[in-house]
Design a binder for this molecule. Sequence first.
Ligand code: HEM
Length: 534
Amino acid sequence: MVLHEFFSSTISAAELQPLLDKFLSLPLSDQLLYGSTSFVASYILLYVPTRFVYRLYFDPLSEIPGPKSALISENLNKLWWIAIPWKKGTEPFTLKKWHDKYGPIVRTGPRHVSFDDIEVYNQIYKVNTKFPKSLDFYNHPSANESIVEDVDIKRAHARRAAFAPYFSKTAVRKLEDLVQSKVSLFLSRVKEMGTNINMTRGLRCLTVDIITSYSYEESFDSLSHPTFTPGWLIGFEQLISTTGVQNYLPNTFAAIEFILEKFLPRSFVLVIAPVMGDVLNFKEVCTRAVLGQKVKYLAGERNMVTIFAQLFEDDEKRGRKALTDKQLIHDALSTVAAGMDTTGHALSYAIYYLIKYPEVQKRLLEELKSVMASPTAEVKEEVLDNLPFLQACIKESLRSSHGVPGPLPRDVPEGGATLLGHYLPAGTVLLNSAYTYHTNPKVFPNPSQWDPARWLVEDTRDMEKHFIPFSRGSRICIGMNLAEVELTLALGRFVRMFEFGFMEGFKDSDMEWRAFFVPKTVGMLMIWAKERTE
Ligand code: HEM
């Protein structure tokens, strides 16, 4: 039969009726079986191919180059990154490969478009941006009411404005003593351990103790743990590894969590679902900490210096609507998540590369000796902030650890947008990964080389333009100033105080990372450290 005849042939109601009667006379179980089989068959054989052809040739995004297989199914694309064990967290690497192949704009899915163009980046991630964070990604059941995941531009702006004063450079420097004391404790723990030190976790313990003391008064006291492995940290590691799945099925996870949390004893949960048990423990610690501050505040305690306490006071003074308990808990969780791994990860890269490149370490040490007479000399952050080579090491570590390397999706708002000459309808999801920008060989020659000296040339403007570890614009990292103070004090004082090297068995491949919102290395940085004598 020619195609025309096939499409124009019709079946009359009289012909259809006996078929329908026959179907209805079957037992219910057969009806269900045949009904669902025909539904699945027509979905796979008719709907999916027709939709694919539409996406390929007729969709407004069809002009944009990209891998055709990515147009088959939005859900399959998502599951690819979160459910296939060897693909988990590798999205930034694939995006980079696609940009190398297809150019600065790539259609990576039916509604997804990725960019490798810093001018476009600056348009999307600018102050007063019209491109909100995308619910497609910012929808974690444990953080979807936090600042980080607030996709409403106006509301997020107001919430950021309330927090911002506590993170200005001046505010952070006022709390320098707190950071110094945690760094001192960290260094004394490293000295005491001497060997077999899990630096990946140790640095997380340092950064989390700083951020929790800064936020809620009582630190998690993770640095005191004999092996830098407090239970909540394991819970957090589990939580991070499952972010993709939790974003994909937020309601299912929220329901499972609710049941496990409310109806079963924790000891039992830890046996039947250890990951969830650890996650719940971690969340409980954060919840107790932040709500504890609220209770103290309501009981009349004033002049607490922590972020949340100041927030309660300022809300009252300014007549601002107070955050709900759920918002507070989600902020508490996401502040720990945002402030811990990113800073710890950048520091661990700095230490890893300083071991790999002893000549760079030597140059840094010489510079540090110029302001610190002895290995344990006291030093103000302001002094270290003015050391060009130390700052270049930090910058290069932020570049090679990429900050938050995933593609931080933004939505095209109502009315659509035209970017790189392509019209993108409302709802298109825009992807930009720091990894793509930080490894551009035209901007950073030999990008995989860790080379702090690249930042000490006369003209760094092009590199600065492509350097986005903290993102940019309205949703730039709130904790950037705190992170910079932590990085400066921890790295400067650590390198001045210790000789250090890899433990036997440590491999370069342990430092490969995967993106689970924040980056996570596949192994741990294991080192020994010995106090310097001069
Ligand atoms: C080296 C350390 C850090 C790096 C590389 C980093 C990087 C980033 C990046 C790239 C974003 C944007 C995320 C997005 O668009 O979804 C972000 C947001 C954020 N960061 Fe950081 N961060 C660091 C440390 C910190 C610290 C210490 C804090 C402590 C409070 C913090 C708090 C936040 C918050 C609350 C946001 C959300 C801002 C918003 O959505 O408006 N970060 N950070």
